[in-house]
Design a protein around this ligand. Structure first.
Ligand code: SF4
Length: 284
């Protein structure tokens, strides 16, 4: 079944309604990110039967269960590894990975850098809410400096990872970042990532209202999302905390495009040549 055009986009068409109500807390940014992804898939005209969504563990990892397509909820930190095998075996599929900041950058960090280096056609959405929300609010690789989590009760003293800089340095074909406040921009960025012929890494800055927001007294979910409008990581969060670390401003939009050869086509072409050479060797 073809996904609908933007004009008649109805998110319910792409959801497993039998899975409702969903588990997300009220105001969680992950629901907004999911809607933007489904809108982008709809605009891209990707057939649901030709779509595979692979996710890891955590609040972001649960999202694949709600998408009415071929979905795989895999082990912690490993969605890119599963997706790599799937994309190599089934190049006819559009393979999308949904991962959280802990899943993608901590336990799955090694898979991420090698997926970027390999440049196999995959679209990876990393939903960054700066915390392990599902498991009790522990510090993650992207927690901003000074922020409170259940494992940093005095404030985080480690600098936050810039995931897009990492992905670009590791060779990802397409790198971009957007906030959940700007839904049409987020949808457009994901649509461009889906169209990219190699590995596309998209970081979505998404609010964890219930754990991160509460712990850091960031206000209601509308207040949290309005903060995204002017600044990605508001200095108001950090200026009250005296730490030696200061996160740099995180830019949004398309941050890099690298048109080097896509791994899957190069692999299949090398395999086809090897097959021909082997046949010739048998005949001679
Ligand atoms: S714990 Fe945080 S990330 Fe998880 S569903 Fe609730 S608000 Fe969203």
């Amino acid at each position: 079944m073809m996904l609908g055009s933007a004009a008649d986009f109805d998110v319910r068409q792409y959801l497993r309604l039998e899975m409702m109500p969903h588990f997300l807390c009220p105001g969680c940014g992950h629901g907004i990110a999911l809607r933007a992804l489904l809108w982008a898939l709809s605009e891209s005209g990707i057939d649901k039967d030709q779509l595979a969504v692979v996710s890891g563990i955590g609040c972001a990892g649960r999202l694949s269960a709600y998408i009415d397509a071929n979905t795989f909820h895999t082990t912690h930190g490993r969605p890119l590894a599963f997706a790599t095998g799937l994309a190599l075996a089934r190049p006819d599929l559009h393979v999308v990975v949904i991962s959280g900041d802990g899943d993608c950058l901590a336990i799955g960090g090694n898979h991420l850098i090698h997926a970027c280096r390999r440049n196999l056609k995959l679209t990876c959405l990393m939903l960054n809410n700066e915390i392990y929300g599902m498991t009790g609010g522990q510090v993650s690789p992207t927690t901003s400096d000074g922020m409170l989590t259940s494992t940093t009760p005095l404030g985080n003293g480690e600098p936050a990872f810039d995931a897009c800089a990492l992905a670009a340095a590791a060779g990802a074909g397409f790198v971009g970042r957007e906030v959940t406040h700007h839904v049409p921009k987020l949808k457009e960025l994901i649509r461009q990532g889906l169209a990219h012929p190699g590995f596309a890494f998209i970081e979505v800055l998404s609010d964890c209202t219930e754990i991160f927001g509460r712990k850091n007294e960031l206000g209601s979910s509308p207040e949290m999302i309005l903060r995204q409008k002017s600044e990605i990581r508001p200095s108001a969060y950090r200026d009250t905390v005296d730490t030696p670390f200061r996160s740099t401003t995180l830019h949004t939009g398309v941050l890099g495009v690298n048109q080097r050869p896509e791994y899957g086509s190069a692999y299949r072409s090398a395999a086809a040549s090897a097959k021909v050479a082997a046949k010739k060797a048998v005949r001679s």
